[in-house]
Design a protein around this ligand. Structure first.
Ligand code: E85
Length: 232
């Protein structure tokens, strides 16, 4: 997160850190007791290795009550996701067991009504992604508030030039923005997860490249289907 600030500890008890060999790679969030939603692009370069999921954390390194690392039973990327574009950039992770819910570990509801969030709506992104252009990584969860911009503006030829589909949304990226390692985290508007951070052009903090999110509502049926079929 560029231009943000340290989150109030455990005020975002749904936040997950997707880790490989103890290293934060991507964000994610708890959508059900045994399921975390993140971004398919997060599996790039992981060589098919399964993530471990850190829940209940504020600091990535300090011991904290209710902080716990979960093994992953399955990672299911949306069938439409691919390395060449940002379309269908969603990843479902089934935890080895149900997460123990408490004050620091909670499920975040996601939007099921497929209607665009109005432009200028203030939403929040949070993550343990880089906090400087030189790539400094924070130990504690960061957050930033960003206004939604219209798809029309985001698709302008000087911005993302007609690549933003009706299954994506954008926020202004002037100075305050998501960045490397924030992918997979939720964009929360009025307490509901409306989008999942996708890297897009990978540019951070430049108003010419607004931040892009995969809207969740269009994928509610897919998400429910995967969770139902793997249940049991
Ligand atoms: N703001 C959109 C967004 C959301 C999520 C991730 C991203 N960026 C990135 N995702 N993956 C990356 N691998 C390498 N570099 C990256 N961005 C980068 C790194 C240093 C300085 C800088 O200005 C930008 C990214 C960008």
């Amino acid at each position: 997160i560029l231009g943000g600030y340290e989150a109030r500890p455990h005020l975002r008890p749904y936040m997950a850190s997707l880790q490989l060999d103890g290293q934060h790679v991507c964000g994610g969030f708890l959508i059900a007791e045994q399921w975390v939603l993140s971004a398919a692009h997060c599996t790039e370069g992981t060589n098919g290795k399964l993530f471990q999921v850190l829940l209940g954390a504020h600091s990535l390194t300090e011991p904290e009550p209710h902080k716990r690392l979960y093994r992953v039973r399955a990672q299911i990327a949306h069938p439409g996701s691919n390395i060449h574009n940002n379309r269908d950039d969603l990843l479902l992770l089934q935890l080895e067991e149900k997460a123990e819910l408490n004050a620091h570990v909670k499920v975040l509801p996601f939007q099921r009504e497929d209607r665009d969030v109005e432009a200028d709506t203030l939403c929040e992104a949070a993550g343990w992604g880089t906090v400087t252009h030189s790539g400094r990584r924070p130990d504690k969860l960061q957050q930033v508030e960003r206004p939604v911009i219209s798809r029309e503006l985001c698709n302008h030829r000087t911005r993302h030039d007609q690549t933003i589909t009706e299954k994506m949304m954008c926020t202004d990226s002037r100075k305050k923005d998501t960045c490397k390692g924030d992918s997979g985290g939720p964009l929360v508007c009025n307490g509901v997860a409306e989008g999942v951070v996708t890297a897009g052009s990978r540019v951070c903090g430049n108003y010419k490249k607004p931040a892009i999110y995969t809207r969740i509502a269009p994928y509610a049926t897919w998400i429910d289907g995967v969770m139902a079929s793997a249940a049991g």
